[in-house]
Write a protein that binds this ligand. Structure first.
Ligand code: F6R
Length: 622
């Protein structure tokens, strides 16, 4: 986690750094700071516990003026959130300062060595050691990049760092190892950042650094090299994201904006993949051409879907269709558990790594394990050039546009869509999915954006809006809520519960409805509502029985049902309806009322929707 930004040029660095940090706050927000080489040659570090607003206040009272600087927004790993643990960190003489995202694993040894040789460390962070080590190295060389390289040679762990020194006032140095870092190219100015939105106002030409690379930036030059000092060349990538796409639009929160963007995101996810050729659509996943040509898919006998959190829920939902369409066994593995479970994996396992950020440490580690065991790897991610893409043989991008709110919404639905495209493609390649059936799937996928739009519309007024409001009135005062479903409705229930708990802090759990009677039913009472996914499906009758069991225990039942289902009124207290569609595709829009339930409950409880406590958008530590 943590976001870093750096600037070197001729403009005042402070507003550029603060603006960049604002766009990176989703990566962590328990403290923030900037360091600027001031025009009088001093190093001015301003940092504080708390959110960026607190830093802005401090800066307003004494704005550092200079044309080179770095900034950081923190999600604590080593050392609690505090002023002294906030980044950037400086050496003994306030000569060098470092902003860091990641974990220095051997920091205890490094710190002990530094202290033994007389350095005074002022924080509990692992990062501060880097500043003091660079201080030492600068006694051997006056080249800042060289000093950073020599320092990093002694470091194990993960990092993306930005470094400036008042002895090198026109230079900014960055380096990465298992942490995101991009270079932004300007005219007479250059940038460093953890993520594209931080610098999009200033440039659209970016170079994503690879793991094990570093960069030395001046206002007019960019020198990329490996950590061994070998210069490397990268053609810049032009980013054509609309700047507005990274803003809130007309919504109060990114979370709401991103919920309402889902029809558009779904449409974009299908673009260039489902070719609407007359008379029938066709499926083209060009990104998989190389992998297909390599012949490695011929050996595949099973599929493992890897991910964490919401991404694993998307995987669990897609698994049903993937098995049906490919006739391959599909395993869904929680990435944080996978590599410690001695997994069965090799060239016969197609590993699909699902991560919106492309940077989740657990997912990367599990994917690396599968890749090293010989498995062909497909990454499913939203982040162009993210770390997972470098582990993968092929990447299917979600094409969802930036997702800023910490809690995932549009990347969840685009993950399912992308996995469905993969399943329909693989099914055909393997000769298991008849052409006519693939066409039906493509038609159903193409219908999705419109069904999402209808679902959103129906929730803004009329009976669905009233039902949503009733449900929120109840949920906002609850201590706990249970979510249940069957088939793909089960992981959907888990996703609904995750959204509610993470942004409104109402305790919620999702269960397979049939499992209720084996334990969770004991939790039900008149103040613990049940949210039941009761849309039309092969197991509809069974879920109705489960709802009745709950009602018999005085539970209040909120049902998500299919439009036109009149019988559900006998069983549930509050009913929100969604359009009818083939069963596999229903979760793509029946998740919307669950997202809105969480949103309005969080609002009613006065929670910080976009930045829930203790969370970060991108979890780059294990
Ligand atoms: C929940 C949420 C998290 C992420 C998880 C994985 O709303 O956003 O559970 O899904 O941290 O993140 P990615 O997909 O970036 O690997």
């Amino acid at each position: 986690m943590c976001g870093i930004v750096g600037y070197v040029g001729s403009q005042s660095a402070t507003p550029i750094l603060l603006d960049g940090l604002e766009r990176l706050e989703y990566r962590g927000y328990d403290s923030a700071g900037i360091a600027v080489i001031a025009s009088d040659g001093s190093l001015q570090v301003t940092k504080t516990k708390g959110k960026l607003a607190a830093l802005r206040e401090l800066v307003a009272s004494a704005e550092p003026v200079g044309v080179v600087g770095i900034g950081h927004t923190r999600w604590a790993t080593h050392g609690r959130p505090s002023d002294e643990n906030a980044h950037p960190h400086a050496d003994c003489h306030d000569m060098v300062t470092v902003a860091h995202n990641g974990i220095i694993e051997n920091y205890a040894t490094l710190r002990a060595e530094l202290e033994a040789s007389g350095h005074i460390l002022r924080s509990q962070t692992d990062t501060e050691a880097l500043a003091h080590m660079i201080e030492d190295e600068l006694r051997q060389t006056d080249d800042l990049a060289e000093a950073v390289r020599a320092t990093l040679a002694r470091v194990t762990g993960s990092y993306a760092i930005a470094v400036v020194s008042r002895a090198h006032p026109g230079t900014l140095v960055g380096a990465r190892m298992n942490g995101p870092l991009i270079v932004g190219l300007g005219k007479g100015e250059n940038f460093l950042a953890s993520d594209i939105p931080a610098i999009l106002r200033h440039t659209r030409e970016i170079i994503p650094l690879d793991d094990g690379e570093m960069v030395e930036l001046t206002a007019d030059s960019v020198r990329v090299m490996t950590l061994a000092g070998v210069e490397t060349r990268h053609a810049p990538t032009h980013v054509d994201w609309d700047i507005e796409a990274a803003e809130r639009g007309g919504h109060s929160h990114f979370f709401a904006k991103e919920i309402y963007e889902q029809p558009d995101a779904a449409h974009k996810a299908l673009m260039g993949r489902i070719l609407t050729r007359e008379p029938e659509p066709d499926l083209a996943l060009d990104a998989l051409d190389g992998l297909l040509a390599s012949g490695r898919l011929d050996a595949v006998r099973r599929v493992t879907l890897l991910g964490c959190g919401t991404s694993i829920h998307a995987a669990m939902i897609a698994r049903y269709a993937l098995e049906r369409w490919t006739r391959l066994p599909v395993e869904v593995a929680v990435a944080s558990e996978y590599r410690y479970a001695d997994p069965i994996v090799g060239p016969e396992t197609l590993c699909v790594a699902i991560t919106q950020s492309g940077e989740t440490a657990d997912t990367l580690a599990a994917t690396r394990l599968a890749r090293d065991a010989g498995a062909p790897v497909i990454a499913v991610t939203n982040t162009v050039g993210g770390a997972v893409t470098r582990l993968a043989d092929a990447t299917l991008y979600l094409q969802a546009g930036p997702e800023i709110s910490v809690a995932a919404t549009k990347t969840f639905v685009t993950m399912i869509l992308t996995l469905y495209l993969l399943g329909a493609w693989l099914g055909r390649q393997r000769g298991m999915l008849p052409e006519a059936e693939q066409r039906q799937i493509l038609h159903a996928l193409m219908d999705t954006p419109e069904l999402m739009r209808r679902t959103l519309e129906s929730l803004s007024e009329g009976p669905n809006a009233a039902a949503l409001s009733d449900a929120v009135t109840l949920l906002k005062d609850c201590h706990s809520a249970l979510f249940v479903g069957r088939g793909a409705g089960f992981p959907l229930a888990m996703e609904g519960a995750l959204k509610l708990k993470e942004i409104s802090y109402v305790h919620a759990e999702g269960f397979a409805a049939g499992e209720m009677k084996h334990g969770p039913i004991a939790l039900l009472d008149e103040v613990t509502p049940l949210v039941a996914i009761a849309t039309a499906s092969a197991t509809y009758e069974k879920i109705v029985s489960n709802i009745q069991e709950a009602r018999a225990r005085d539970a209040y039942v909120i049902a998500i049902a299919t439009e036109g289902d009149d019988s559900i009124h006998q069983h549930a207290d509050t009913i929100i309806t969604v359009p009818a569609a083939p069963e596999a595709f229903t979760p793509l829009f029946s998740v919307i009322p669950l997202q809105l339930l969480a949103y309005h409950t969080a609002l009613a409880r006065g929670c910080n929707v976009d930045q829930p406590r203790n969370l970060a958008k991108s979890v780059t530590v294990e």
